[in-house]
Design a protein around this ligand. Structure first.
Ligand SMILES: [Zn+2]
Length: 700
């Protein structure tokens, strides 16, 4: 599931538009020609006609003297029946490429204005029923009005937005009885009269675009201080309301203590009628099936609420890179692990390093200051995982007090303001009382990560003490980093922090007992590229593969070909080809990663497998359990049998009954080496163990 803030959407759309060069009738707010910061208040009335996918709108926009000659409003190219009034008098205008351009008279340029825009439009993006790939949180849907529900994204142009404005809103949505509308801000209630339900909302802080969701919601609320926690769920999921309300209250308390008071009047958990994972200012919009997943309340919900401080509270200055996913990941997903145990936190950090090391390659890498939003496993490994690790390193350097105080400073001073990595840097420098110029230079403005190992370790014994010496060798690109060295010697455990820079850094440690083990960065506190030996092959390796040959077993029933196609799609493979087992050449296997579908007739195609798994005709054994039912399925990722730098994977769906369901699920188990499914349900999963690391030295 993707985590998206409302303000990230526009940048995502913008990026998408730039990349594809196609204008889909979506306006792009970032391309402003007017001076930023015109104050505008919208009194917006929308009526929805779900049977026909239509809406009508009247927007009265009160504008504080704009001091510009031309006002520009973005609205979808899909709208018709446009009419514009200035100070209640009809006015000519120009409408092109989703922009209304309005030329002002000289006396109008210096006075307050009331611009009224009348319009109608049909919004009917097709909605996916069972989407396969989850990297785009809305599956490309930007605006749709239907009897099942309505979903109108900020950025889709469902209402006119004044370019370069800081806008506040009062929004009234009228729809057939029982249809309740939710958006940002504060609810002023829902009332039903003469077959129509009217929902009123007020947004009195400058918001970067409004999104709207409408469905037959049951509303429940709970208050915490001045804040309302609310659920807008469809009747079938009403039983989830209490646990979501309680968890929401808990998160609001947690982050208010950590960063400062919650910036909005409410936080709502809103159910969407198709699967999404969106975080908007003051609410999250998730599909019903997602909401039912037991872990969401413990992970994603907290992440979305943390975004109310970071991303939807303190805004992101996209021109300088999106830092909000890194910080939110660190103070939510990661912090929850830290609250569980030290080991859980360490495992989580190690997983970030594994994700980055397996998915990111020199040709698809980019610096954090170029991260916009998650659009692929690679961009997630950079913008979320590496970014979160950077915050971890800052925290270690500065110490607890300075780190959390700096974040409080940023929140207090920059709420609802566009904020960049440089603003964060200054706040950390002020509290840490040191320059972080070099740190930000190498971690934020440069791509990649360090790769280092221990070399030339020697042990000397004289005058009753043991001396360990050696070097830390760095490959290019070189970093300046401080790492921990831990020496175990008898009952002693000696820790030393050393700064490594350049190609080689010598170190020396003394112990009174005989050393047993020396480890560099044993706590996994430093962002680095792992050695291949430190990474057990996992689903992520296939997801990040530059090229995959998908080999269809000659014994594969033809129906299973479809499951293989689903698998390729859901793994997000970019460069792959299907080849039958009898048609595959050895060189094709050697030069690529390969994925076997079904049990191959030729035994030598099977990769070497750890002892805990074995494959027999018609069955497999994993962790001492035998799987021999036609509803069982296995997926495993292994070292490549003919190429050390590549990997091989094996998918054995025993029958086509559950193959397609399993094929859709595998992608969600990115960090795992092996998976077993029964009747489409995961019943076993795990990671092959790691045997050696270039940062550990052991004496026999
Ligand atoms: Zn997020």
């Amino acid at each position: 599931m993707g985590h998206y803030s409302g303000n990230i959407l526009r940048s995502y759309l913008k990026q998408y538009l730039i990349l594809t060069g196609v204008l889909l009738g979506i306006f792009v707010l970032a391309a402003v020609s007017q001076a930023a910061g015109i104050r505008a208040h919208h009194t917006l009335q929308i009526e929805l006609f779900p049977a026909t996918g239509k809406l009508t709108g009247i927007d009265e926009i009160a504008i504080k003297s704009a001091a510009v000659r031309v006002l520009e409003f973005y609205i979808s190219e899909r709208v018709t029946q446009l009419k514009v009034e200035v100070n209640q008098k009809s006015r000519n205008f120009n409408f092109e490429n989703g922009r209304i351009k309005l030329t002002l008279e000289p006396q109008e340029q210096s006075s307050d204005l009331l611009v009224t825009i009348y319009y109608a439009g049909i919004f009917d993006d097709p909605v996916p029923v069972r989407p396969v790939n989850a990297d785009n949180p809305g599956y490309g849907v930007t605006a749709t009005i239907s009897e099942k529900g309505s979903f109108l994204l900020a950025g889709a142009g469902w209402y006119p937005e004044l370019a370069g404005s800081q806008a506040t809103y009062r929004l009234k949505v009228s729809a057939p009885a029982g249809l309740i509308a939710v958006t940002a801000g504060r609810s002023l209630g829902h009332k039903t009269d003469q077959g129509q339900t009217e929902s009123t909302w007020e947004v009195d802080y400058p918001v970067e675009g409004l999104s709207l969701s409408v469905a037959r919601y049951v509303v429940e609320t709970k208050t915490v201080g001045n804040v309302t926690a609310a659920t807008y769920l469809l009747p079938a999921n009403q039983d989830l309301a209490q646990s979501y309300l309680e968890a929401t209250v808990g998160y609001i308390k947690l982050y208010s203590d950590l960063f400062g008071p919650y910036p909005f009047q409410k936080f709502a958990v809103v159910e969407n009628f198709f699967p999404t994972g969106f975080g908007f200012p003051s609410y999250t919009l998730m599909g019903g099936r997602v909401l039912r997943l037991p872990f969401i309340v413990h992970t994603s919900l907290g992440h979305e609420i943390a975004h109310c401080w970071w991303g939807n509270g303190v805004y992101v200055d996209y021109a300088a890179g999106n830092w909000s996913e890194a910080l939110t990941t660190y103070v939510a997903d990661y912090l929850f692990q830290e609250m569980k145990s030290k080991k859980a936190a360490l495992d989580y950090r190690r997983q970030w390093l594994r994700n980055f090391s397996t998915l990111v390659r020199p040709e698809n890498d980019f610096p954090l200051d170029q991260f916009m939003s998650r659009s692929s496993p690679v961009s997630k490994a950079i913008g979320y995982d590496k970014g979160a690790m950077v915050f971890h390193m800052i925290r270690r350097q500065l110490g607890e007090e300075a780190f959390w105080n700096a974040l409080r400073d940023v929140y207090r001073h920059r709420l609802f303001q566009k904020t960049s990595w440089s603003d964060l840097q200054r706040a950390f420098e002020a509290r840490g009382q040191r320059s972080l110029e070099e740190f930000f230079g190498q971690w934020i403005h440069r791509k990649s990560a360090p790769r280092f190992f221990m070399d030339g370790v020697q042990l000397d014994h004289s005058a009753g003490e043991w001396k360990v010496s050696g070097q830390i060798i760095q490959k290019d690109p070189r970093y300046t980093i401080s790492i921990n060295l831990a020496l175990e010697a008898g009952s002693e455990r000696i820790n030393r922090e050393i700064e490594i820079t350049g190609e080689a850094t010598a170190f020396e440690m003394i112990s009174s007992e005989r050393p047993r083990k020396l480890a560099a960065d044993p706590g996994v506190d430093t962002m680095r590229l792992l050695d291949a030996a430190e990474i057990p092959p996992a689903v992520n390796n296939i997801k990040g593969s530059p090229s995959v040959v998908i080999v269809l077993s000659d014994q594969l029933p033809p129906d299973l070909k479809k499951a293989a196609e689903t698998l390729a799609l859901s793994l997000g493979l970019k460069n792959y080809q299907f080849i039958s087992e009898s048609g595959v050449r050895r060189s094709q296997l050697t030069e690529n990663d390969f994925l076997l579908i079904g049990q191959p007739g030729q035994k030598e195609l099977l990769p070497n497998m750890p002892d805990q798994v074995s494959i027999q005709p018609g069955s497999f054994t994993l962790n001492s359990s035998l799987y021999n039912e036609s509803s069982d399925a296995f997926f495993g990722v292994f070292h490549h049998p003919f190429n050390n730098n590549r990997i091989a994977a094996l998918f054995i769906p025993s029958s086509d009954r559950f193959a397609d369901i399993v094929a859709r699920k595998i992608t969600h188990y990115g960090k795992y080496s092996y998976l077993a499914f029964q009747s489409g349900k995961n019943v076993d999963k795990g990671t092959w163990s790691v045997v050696r690391s270039p940062l550990v030295y052991k004496w026999d």
